[in-house]
Design a protein around this ligand. Structure first.
Ligand code: AIR
Length: 184
């Protein structure tokens, strides 16, 4: 089949095979979101990773709308040296679980606000993975914690990232010490 040609999946659904755009050299974390509407929430994750000096890659891939592209991206990301996946999705948030089914690298799910009880549906969809394929889950919309957890995983084997994380913890503690209610 030529690239870009339409094909039928074994389940009978239409899917489109796409060539996967190359992953940024040196990327160690891949962030995948189910929709462009998730991007504003994930800005805190990209900012946190950048502050910690962690090269990352961001893609918008819905697991059920473009499964072939998602599978191709996971393989390319792994081959490029991505060690941790962060997956953000709302509603029936299967994206983190689908990614986890295709890799043994850690997957951190970020439930998006909206839907039932403003994200409870996505939270339960992500945290309630049946046994066998785990997904780490952070709070609804808490993409900062997803980035920090990804950094902590990398820090196990990377002293530079570990040192930056220690500095980050110290800075946030200092901010509390400097609060007018504590200072003086
Ligand atoms: N979504 C998209 N494909 C699969 C899922 N779970 C989620 C997105 C977004 C919500 O559905 O992650 O949070 C609404 O997406 P859209 O594109 O319909 O606005």
């Amino acid at each position: 089949m030529t690239p870009g040609a339409k094909r039928r999946s074994s389940a009978g659904g239409a899917d489109v095979a796409h060539p996967v755009r190359p992953v940024a050299p040196g990327a160690r974390v891949a962030i995948v979101v189910g929709s462009r509407s998730d991007l504003p929430t994930m800005e805190a994750a990209t900012q946190t990773l950048s502050e910690l000096g962690i090269v990352h890659e961001l893609r918008v891939i819905s697991a059920h709308r473009a499964p072939a592209l998602l599978e191709g991206f996971i393989g390319k990301a792994e081959a490029s040296g991505v060690s941790v996946f962060i997956a953000a999705a709302g509603l029936a948030a299967h994206l983190p679980g689908v990614i986890a089914s295709r890799t043994t690298r850690p997957v951190i799910g970020v439930p998006m606000k909206g839907g039932v009880s403003d994200g409870l549906d996505a939270l339960l969809s992500i945290v309630q993975m049946p046994k066998g394929v785990p997904v780490a889950t952070v709070g609804v919309g808490n993409s900062t914690n997803a980035a920090l957890l990804a950094a902590q995983i990398l820090a196990i084997a990377d002293p530079d990232v570990a040192a930056r994380l220690t500095g980050h913890r110290a800075a946030q503690a200092q901010a509390i010490l400097d609060d007018p209610t504590n200072a003086g």
